[in-house]
Design a protein. Structure first.
Length: 207
């Protein structure tokens, strides 16, 4: 199963009040000053590929379809999303998305929402398609800015297609970023240490 495709209908998760008592609502006019434009990863900051160099696409407005397998924007405010895709000459691809919330509290809730979507992605994929077996793994948190978490997702179809992805969510103030690396393979093919470094770099570059 390609990491770029949807696997069945993914049930939208409602963003509930967090321990801080914050519920995501539509941004109020003039609620916060305009934040600086977040910076994106460069091709050289992706996990090195053993036989091919990375190519970075332009920074583009909108939410990336490459994240659709696990992450979506249903149930959250209509923030301005920006993203950048990356590819190698072989079967490996990556994407980074950034979004600036109206407050730091809302950004914290948004980061938790996206991490929850990634954490529950394997179960939702299996529920949505009887032809898919999926397993998620938690690779822990990273001490960068307001924090980041790295997770892994392996999917295998009944016809033998197998894909591995690493996904992370991080936050700096009002800005949230999601990074995904994906290729054919399984957990043994995942460059976890290098992806953790990429994630830390991505969060540190947000401002």
């Amino acid at each position: 199963m390609s990491m770029r495709s949807r696997a069945g209908t993914v049930t939208a998760l409602t963003v509930a009040a967090l321990a801080v008592g914050t519920v995501l609502t539509a941004p109020a006019a003039g609620a916060a000053p305009q934040a600086a434009t977040p910076k994106f990863l460069s091709a050289s900051q992706l996990p090195p590929h053993p036989t091919s160099s990375w190519t970075a696409g332009p920074v583009t407005e909108g939410f990336p379809v490459e994240l659709d397998l696990c992450v979506h924007t249903e149930g959250v405010p209509s923030y301005d999303y920006r993203h950048r895709t990356f590819r190698t000459d072989l079967d490996t691809n990556a994407v980074q998305m950034t979004v600036v919330a109206d407050t730091a509290a809302h950004a914290k809730a948004l980061a938790k929402h996206y991490d929850d979507l990634i954490r529950t992605c394997a179960d939702r994929l299996e529920e949505g398609s009887p032809d898919v077996e999926a397993e998620g793994r938690d690779y822990g948190t990273l001490p960068v800015e307001e924090g980041a978490r790295v997770r892994g997702l392996h999917t295998e179809t009944s016809w033998g297609a197998t894909d591995i992805a690493l996904l992370s969510v991080g936050r700096d103030g009002r800005t949230v970023t999601v990074v995904q690396w994906a290729q054919l393979g399984d957990f043994g093919d995942a460059p976890v240490a290098a992806f953790k470094k990429t994630t830390s770099t991505a969060v540190a570059k947000l401002y």
